[in-house]
Design a protein around this ligand. Structure first.
Ligand code: ADP
Ligand code: MG
Length: 480
């Protein structure tokens, strides 16, 4: 397959649904908290009772504008809502209120690893409810499904990309950066597994050098970044095989089966006219003044890209900066540590080293530990003042994570402060040299690498508490 792949160019465009974190629904006053008892977050509006009227939630519009600005989109001066007709058991109205030809956000872009990926548009719409199928939720053995309408009417922002991506890896990187953005601007949890962020991946192939796109397949049900990459990889091979066999790729919707590792045809792709779109008669067109846009712009927090650049300007590697930004709570923690005036390099060494290892092993996020930014800053200052060595710092950070103790308290309790007194260290160095005559002879005979042995012995003797520079200096004097 590998060499066949060289003959083709891959084209990918993503449609991403972000569930907006509002308190109430897009057109109704019902709450939208996740995980409530079934059918408790439902008003007559959500149920689609005759005669009820939708009222647009302003918080939804603010979030749409904010996300649009973060994605460099044009914000429409006027947009409107449309009805998209479906027959679904979990959609009591028989239609979804969406935006068809006048979306809230127009063209924009997102930078992904230095490449500009175009955003075609982003529009607001309502989510449908959920079907709870036989076998799930204690219905084992039953032959029916139940409807839970809590999710119906939850606000979504659908962000549609241009077909600008050329590999599954690039699609994944785009999706990851998009998730960073919606999280940092605070409009969406960005949780793929729980479905607060969902992705439909469109993919086609064409012969290398061609500028005519092939027919696309749309893949649904990708619930993780890994699944997105795997599904696209699978689909590339499937489409190449078809074309090589002289067959055609058909435009259709396919479902990714994560266990089997395959995509399966679900239905033929419907065209826009199948939905019988028409302007929603119960809602006024929405006029967004430029003052409104500017007011929203004022609430824009630092975006992931800016954060990475700031970290890099402090001396972090691109890799370290990306890893920290990827985990928003870690970045917030790091920012607090910086605000308190800590040395960034030492802080990063702890965050990316001992702390990251501990979090991974314990499956915790930094906020779930007892370590506070203030305590980390104190630890760093003890190292900078040479009260303790870096190595001792690495030992006690684990206690700090577990128990929330201050570094100075642990140092005092365990007697870990650094030995800086030259005469004390000299005595110990002399003792080590006297105790190892053979090594001394070999060292003097030219085995220079034995120097490390002496340093190690002194450190062992002092339980890591001797100041390393002083040890080096004194051993050199003694050994000549
Ligand atoms: P629909 O709702 O019918 O799927 P949209 O316009 O909302 O249509 O989304 C189409 C998506 O498919 C966009 O993300 C676009 O970039 C992508 N796309 C369009 N043509 C192709 C193609 N030939 N190959 C891959 N992706 C494509
Ligand atoms: Mg689509």
């Amino acid at each position: 397959m590998e060499n066949l792949r060289d003959k083709y160019e891959v084209v990918i465009g993503l449609e991403v649904h972000a569930q907006l974190k509002t308190k109430t629904k897009i057109f109704a006053p019902d709450g939208c908290e996740f995980g409530c008892e079934q059918n408790t977050q439902i008003s007559p509006i959500t149920l689609g009772m005759p005669g009820v009227l939708p009222v647009l939630n302003k918080a939804v519009v603010n979030m749409g504008i904010l996300t649009g600005l973060a994605l460099n989109c044009e914000i429409a001066e006027k947009c409107k809502f449309d009805r998209k007709q479906y027959f679904y058991a979990d959609l009591p109205k028989g239609y979804q209120i969406s935006q068809y030809d006048e979306p809230i956000c127009g063209k924009g872009y997102l930078m992904v690893n230095g490449k500009k990926i175009g955003i075609t548009r982003a529009h607001l719409e309502e989510d449908a409810g959920k079907l709870v199928h036989a076998g799930a939720d204690g219905l084992a053995g039953s032959s029916y499904s139940l409807v839970d309408l809590n999710r119906a009417g939850t606000p979504l922002l659908e962000i549609v990309s241009e077909p600008d991506m050329r590999s599954p890896q690039e699609a994944r990187a785009y999706m990851e950066e998009l998730r960073n953005i919606v999280r940092y601007v605070g409009v969406c949890d960005g949780n793929l597994e729980e479905g607060s962020m969902r992705c439909d991946a469109n993919i086609s192939i064409m012969p290398k050098g061609s500028n005519k796109f092939g027919t696309r397949a749309e893949i649904k049900n990708v619930n993780s970044f890994k699944a997105l990459e795997r599904a696209l990889e699978y689909e590339i091979d499937r489409q190449i095989e078809l074309v090589e066999d002289g067959e055609e790729v058909v435009q259709e919707t396919r479902l990714w089966d994560d266990n089997a590792g395959v995509t399966r045809s679900m239905r033929g792709k419907e065209d826009a006219h199948d939905y019988r779109y028409f302007p929603e008669p119960d809602l006024m067109p929405l006029v967004i003044s430029r003052e409104w846009v500017e007011d929203v712009r004022k609430t824009m927090p630092e975006l992931p890209e800016q954060k990475r650049e700031r970290y890099m300007s402090l001396g972090l590697s691109e890799y370290d900066a990306s890893v920290i930004v990827e985990q928003m709570d870690l970045a917030m923690f790091f920012d607090k540590v910086l605000e308190l005036g800590a040395n960034p390099k030492i802080a990063v060494n702890f965050l990316m080293g001992e702390i990251a290892a501990y979090l991974k092993e314990q499956k915790l996020s930094i906020n779930e530990t007892k370590l506070t930014p203030e305590n980390l800053v104190e630890l760093i200052s003890l190292i900078e003042k040479s009260t303790i060595s870096n190595n001792i710092g690495k030992q006690i950070i684990i206690d700090m994570l577990k128990d929330g103790e201050k570094a100075s308290a642990i140092v005092e309790k365990k007697g870990l402060s650094q030995i800086t007194d030259t005469s004390t260290i000299k005595e110990i160095c002399q003792k080590i040299v006297d105790a190892n005559p053979n090594q001394v002879e070999a060292y003097k005979g030219g085995k220079n690498q034995l120097f490390g042995f002496f340093v190690g012995q002194v450190m062992k003797e002092t339980k890591g508490r001797a100041n390393p520079q002083t040890v080096n200096q004194l051993l050199k004097e003694i050994l000549g």
